[in-house]
Design a protein around this ligand. Structure first.
Ligand SMILES: Nc1ncnc2c1ncn2[C@@H]1O[C@H](COP(=O)(O)OP(=O)(O)OP(=O)(O)O)[C@@H](O)[C@H]1O
Ligand SMILES: [Mg+2]
Length: 468
């Protein structure tokens, strides 16, 4: 964080200081909520959670080097006490980003936020010091903590914003008002909680409503609900996508034989070739979004293309490709799944698996509401159309729909199976995998299918693959 004294922080958050011998002492270390992350000079933020109360760690964090605790009650060690810790954290973040010289980029969408945020960060940091959301910490606590990790040197601050309802993005965008707001897509993630796609669009579009006139709204030209957000902003609109009207486009898109996208990037300032290290064609859209942001921030097509071609995966279980010593390739995409990313992952599997045996170990796509049956059926059918050698559908009712889709598309006999849980999938794969095979593992987060991928990579963890 930029150095601030405890007195300044207390004034910003409207808090009362307790047990602070010298209010001029500065916070020079990171602002953290996890006592294990405390460093010398830290400010520790005490949240009272359901299982753990941060206030119980007050003494320990001061011993570990924290200069004070931001708390909701006096704790017997140096503290700034406020009525609402979350609001105070937000107020502090807001004040700090106002003082920073950094340009704020915020992004939201139904799928691909973290992947795209990681791409934007890797492109921008090739130009200037960049701070970005670690992992997927995109809520009312993770976002201000990330913003507070910026320093005087930070030039770009890239923030992922998540929403589970109307008003969530507005709240986050008020805390850390972006200059550039990017909306990736409006899919079906959390559709149950939102009520429908229109509501999701309403919620995600809050990001562009708050942008300043001299800011930029970066919108997906290929997604009608996102494209329509252009009317909700006073900022300039930049479109990315395959559509002809997109300002930032990809031409000649193809997947290499290793399943990595390759394309010609077209921006208003030029054209340059990209071959990504990431797997799956869904990353083309993510890369274009990142390119549009980088173009807006003054980078040339060549600079952007080079950084996109070098960018790796910074977050786990997203098309993570590992070669086993025996020649089996494991593709762990078990972080999450939706119909769009299932299709992209299957196409990547087909491309990687040319001339090899391919296995799609798939589980439920959650939160699809009324569309669940049709979407699972369609994914099962696509696996057959792409000539995937074997579909292993893992889990309950939704998995049976996947397998039924494959069966109805013409996959009989051994080509598709339905197993009840992760352990059964591992048992089957262990006995049947042969050197040279390629295995894709993918399902929604709640299924926890990464255990299958890990078991295939680690070998003997049978006991750990618990049934779900
Ligand atoms: N552009 C995209 N379209 C569809 N699916 C995508 C896209 N990009 C990534 N995905 C898929 O969505 C899953 C989640 O990716 P990622 O973590 O980047 O998204 P997210 O929006 O940050 O998710 P969360 O809401 O959990 O934070 C991955 O498994 C990936 O396969
Ligand atoms: Mg995320």
């Amino acid at each position: 964080m930029i150095a601030l004294s405890l007195a300044e922080i207390a004034a910003i958050v409207g808090g009362q200081t307790y047990d602070i011998p010298d209010p001029a002492v500065q916070v020079t270390g990171p602002v953290v909520r996890d006592s294990r992350e405390v460093e010398t000079g830290s400010l520790f933020v005490a949240f009272a959670g359901e299982r753990v109360d941060g206030h119980d760690f007050a003494e320990a964090v001061i011993e570990a080097g924290a200069v004070a605790v931001l708390a909701s009650r006096p704790v017997g060690v140096p503290a700034i006490v406020v009525a609402d810790v979350q609001a105070a954290l937000g107020a502090l973040a807001r004040q700090v980003v106002e003082r920073l010289g950094a340009t704020l980029v915020a992004l939201t969408g139904s799928a691909g936020k973290t992947s795209t945020k990681d791409l934007i960060a890797q492109v921008l940091r090739s130009k200037a010091p960049t701070v970005f959301t670690p992992g997927s910490l995109n809520n009312e606590i993770g976002l201000p903590l990330t913003a507070l990790s910026a320093t005087e040197e930070t030039k770009f601050l890239v923030l992922e914003m998540g929403a589970r309802g109307i008003g969530h993005i507005r709240y986050l965008a008020d805390l850390t008002p972006p200059k550039i707001g990017l909306v990736l897509n409006v899919g079906t993630a959390h559709i149950g909680e939102f009520g429908g796609r229109e509501q999701i669009a309403q919620a995600k579009g809050e990001l562009v409503e708050g942008l300043p006139e001299d800011g930029a709204a970066v919108l997906n030209a290929d997604d009608p609900l996102v494209r329509a957000m252009a009317s909700r902003t006073k900022a300039r609109v930049i479109l990315f996508g395959e559509s002809d009207e997109a300002d930032v486009r990809a031409e000649n898109v193809r997947l290499t034989e290793t399943g990595q996208p390759s394309f010609s990037l077209r921006t208003p300032s030029g054209c340059s070739d990209v071959t990504m290290r990431l797997y799956g064609e869904h990353h083309v859209s993510n890369a274009l979004a990142a390119a549009a942001v980088a173009h807006e921030l003054g980078m040339s097509a060549d600079e952007i293309a080079r950084a996109l071609s070098e960018a790796g995966s910074l977050s786990r279980w997203r098309m993570e490709v590992t070669e086993r010593p025996d020649g089996v390739t494991v593709v762990n995409d078990a972080y999450n799944a939706n119909p769009e990313s299932m299709r992209a992952a299957l196409r990547a599997l087909a491309a990687m698996g040319k001339g090899r045996r391919t296995w799609a170990v798939l589980g439920q796509m959650a939160e699809l509401g009324d569309e669940a049956l049709a979407e699972h059926d369609a994914v099962g059918r696509l696996a057959v159309r792409l000539n995937v050698s074997k579909l292993v559908a893992v889990g309950g009712r939704e998995a049976s729909w996947l397998q039924l889709g494959a069966y109805n598309e013409g996959s009989w006999g051994e080509e598709s199976v339905h197993v009840s849980d992760a352990q059964a999938a591992v048992d089957l794969l262990r006995s049947e995998l042969r050197p040279g095979d390629v295995v894709l593992v993918k399902a929604s987060r709640s299924v926890g299918l990464e255990r299958v991928a890990q078991a295939l990579l680690d070998g003997g963890v049978e006991g750990e693959v618990a049934a779900r």
